[in-house]
Design a protein. Structure first.
Length: 154
């Protein structure tokens, strides 16, 4: 897995959370993920294709962090994960991939990206669109954790 693909997505997620939700997330060390079970409660998944590779990205939020993110962005939030929260996670996934696409373009990598799919619920699964390893980075926030996963063909 190439770091030059991962860092723009991580930077973009940190930027979106800081500027849009007024939250700071602290990334932990990347790890290899061995299964398809999500670590959080609501996930946005987006496929990506470039001339060099294809793959996918997911961003998963613990429910309390997703709710706090909505409160930070719009001033109010529901009491539980609902359609508003899943829409928000899809929109955040779009913003993060858009920001990363711009950063990658500056480095000469062009990606086409699909529309995000959002899945929620305890122990939901995430199926990445590549044959490569899955790298997961946990990000710690005051209200909970987010997880960003990447998988690209070798």
């Amino acid at each position: 897995m190439k770091v030059e693909f991962i860092n723009p997505f991580l930077s973009s997620l940190l930027n979106v959370m800081s500027t849009m939700a007024h939250m700071e997330l602290i990334p932990e060390k990347p790890k290899l993920k061995k299964d398809n079970i999500a670590h959080g409660d609501v996930s946005g998944l987006i496929g990506m294709v470039s001339p060099e590779t294809k793959g996918s990205l997911s961003i998963t939020f613990d429910a309390p962090l997703a709710l706090a993110t909505m409160k930070g962005m719009v001033g109010e939030a529901p009491d539980e994960v609902n359609e508003e929260i899943t829409d928000l996670v899809g929109e955040i996934t779009n913003m993060v991939t858009g920001g990363a696409k711009r950063l990658l373009s500056e480095k000469g990598f062009e990606f086409d990206m699909a529309t995000p799919i959002v899945v929620s619920g305890k122990n939901h699964t995430i199926h990445h669109k590549s044959k490569g390893p899955i790298v997961i980075i946990s990000l710690k926030g005051e209200a909970g954790r987010a997880y960003i996963e990447f998988s690209f063909d070798d």
